[in-house]
Design a protein around this ligand. Structure first.
Ligand SMILES: Nc1ncnc2c1ncn2[C@@H]1O[C@H](COP(=O)(O)OP(=O)(O)O)[C@@H](O)[C@H]1O
Ligand SMILES: [Mg+2]
Length: 383
């Protein structure tokens, strides 16, 4: 097993050792898939959808019995790009099986055959095709799914940031995908997404082709009872100490949001020496350093916002959890202009995913950004 210097991983999945909890969720994912059902996973960005999927793919039940594929389509803009990503992922997964296998791959997915090239330096097979060379994405997709269906083991295809298909310019994209997916008997699908309302439209509005075609997992924060021992265990393995109250304080500051907690403890772990106790002062400093490290990004985000949007953004940041932002009281309290201008600005900020709206509460989406804004325009964030 790979060991890492810092046990608080902030990149991708490494192994069970560095993965906190998600026992119930993993069981649910695995049970759904092994029952031959498809699954949608919805949570805010950075809560741990991708990690959970990777974790499940590493479990013996899945690893030993299924071929697993994972594509993130966040950066794709067309069905062609989607098809390219999926084709390449399957190619890369099967590449170690050797030439004969790849011959079979391109025999069945003939429309991707031009992608088969041999690296002139090393002679190893590569997948290399211009998006423009995929002429009929729909047809290639059909070939890909036929190929998966003919495999000697069942397959699982995980598609991350699935709501992105809503941006594709092709008509009836959901119907096209749904038709292919419906035909699959040997392949199960995970659709993960971070934009709740878009995901809900895809899977739970009765007019959608995907209506009621999946089990739903809404991924919440890891519980505090599980996070505290996880953090403390990794500190103590390195003869470092972090009090439970301090872990709890950090947990609540970020409301258990995984990526932020991992980031802060990654930092605190490296700042705490052996045989030392991590202090609250050190934590405050580490959080401020983290926030500061994103300053250029935050400044450029701000500089792109019109005045009205900035004003309401500051107001929401100051409140932390803002409710009734178009009420007279809120408008007066924060010196905003009018109900209609607030409404318009809020809509823009939601569209840009700078703020979120859940359970009638508005928040700054990026929690570091939220704290940075309070430092910038308020009295500083409270610790
Ligand atoms: N259960 C977990 N334990 C520890 N770290 C995790 C866990 N789940 C996710 N992470 C880490 O948190 C960060 C965000 O998780 P990720 O799975 O990428 O979120 P999402 O896909 O929802 O945006 C990643 O750096 C990942 O390594
Ligand atoms: Mg993800």
């Amino acid at each position: 097993m790979r060991t890492v210097k810092n046990p608080f991983v902030t990149g991708g999945y490494i192994s069970e050792e560095y993965f906190c909890d998600r026992i119930l969720e993993s069981n649910e994912v695995i049970r759904t898939l092994t029952n031959g059902n498809n699954l949608a996973i919805i949570s805010p960005r950075r809560m741990g959808k991708t990690g959970l999927i990777q974790h499940c793919f590493h479990q013996a039940e899945i690893k030993n019995n299924y071929y697993t594929f994972f594509i993130d389509i966040y950066a794709t803009d067309t069905l062609k790009e989607f098809v390219y990503k999926l084709g390449k992922e399957i190619f890369d997964t099967f590449k170690p099986k050797g030439k004969q296998f790849l011959d079979g791959f391109f025999a069945m997915i003939s429309s991707l055959r031009p992608a088969f090239k041999l690296d002139p330096m090393t002679g190893t097979p590569t997948f290399d095709i211009g998006i423009g060379e995929i002429h009929q994405a729909d047809f290639t997709l059909e070939e890909i799914f036929k190929y998966l269906e003919a495999d000697d083991q069942p397959c699982i295809v995980a598609i991350d940031e699935f709501q992105q298909i809503g941006q594709y310019p092709e008509k009836n994209i959901e119907a096209i995908l749904r038709t292919h997916i419906q035909k699959c008997k040997n392949t199960s699908f995970i659709f993960a997404g971070s934009q709740r309302h878009l995901m809900q439209n895809i899977f739970f509005s009765s007019s959608s082709p995907f209506y009621q075609s999946v089990n739903l997992l809404q991924l919440e924060a890891i519980s505090e009872e599980n996070y505290i021992p996880f953090v403390r265990k990794h500190f103590s393995k390195d003869k470092k100490n972090v009090p439970a109250e301090l872990v709890s304080k950090v947990y609540h500051l970020f409301e258990g949001h995984t990526w932020y907690i991992q980031n802060i403890f990654n930092e605190l772990f490296s700042l705490t020496n052996e045989n030392e106790i991590c202090t609250s002062e050190l934590a405050k400093e580490a959080i401020d350093n983290k926030i500061d490290s994103y300053k250029p990004l935050f400044q450029s985000t701000l500089s792109l916002l019109p005045e009205r949007q900035k004003e309401i953004l500051y107001a929401i940041a100051k409140e932390g959890e803002a409710i009734a932002v178009t009420s007279g009281a809120f408008i007066k309290k924060h010196g905003l202009i009018s109900q209609s201008s607030v409404q318009a600005a809020v809509r823009q900020l939601l569209d840009k995913e700078i703020i979120t709206f859940e359970n009638n509460v508005y928040q700054v989406y990026d929690r570091f950004f939220g704290l940075w804004l309070i430092n910038l325009y308020g009295t500083g964030w409270k610790w």
